[in-house]
Design a protein around this ligand. Structure first.
Ligand SMILES: C[S@@+](CC[C@H](N)C(=O)[O-])C[C@H]1O[C@@H](n2cnc3c(N)ncnc32)[C@H](O)[C@@H]1O
Length: 89
């Protein structure tokens, strides 16, 4: 039994799921990210003004936007084109 999807299949799945995924996110991400992840992440990162940060697998891009608003120079990448379209929008 093949348990792991190929990269191509994974990309297709993220492409198909992109709109639905984005709808669950506000400017702070989803509730889990807003309440649990973001406070810890930003505390660990400290002052990020002027720092260069790679958001690998940025999805719809909420984190990239938050990092940029906090003064970082952010490079956001994702292998799902639809996610990047939404992030750019
Ligand atoms: C669970 S989502 C998380 C998105 C975002 N980081 C967030 O927290 O909202 C995972 C994202 O990573 C992307 N991704 C997964 N593996 C990747 C890879 N190897 N290269 C580029 N993007 C990848 C998917 O397309 C998807 O948008």
């Amino acid at each position: 039994m093949k348990l792991q999807a190929s990269t191509e299949e994974a990309i297709k799945r993220w492409e198909r799921f992109a709109e639905e995924y984005a709808e669950t996110h506000t400017e702070h991400g989803d509730t889990h990210k807003e309440v649990l992840l973001n406070p810890v992440l930003f505390k660990l990162l400290g002052d990020i003004k002027g720092k260069r940060i790679l958001d690998a697998g940025c999805g719809e891009g909420y984190l990239s936007r938050k990092l940029a608003k906090a003064g970082a120079e952010v490079t956001a990448v994702d292998y799902a084109k639809r996610m990047l379209e939404i992030a750019n929008r």
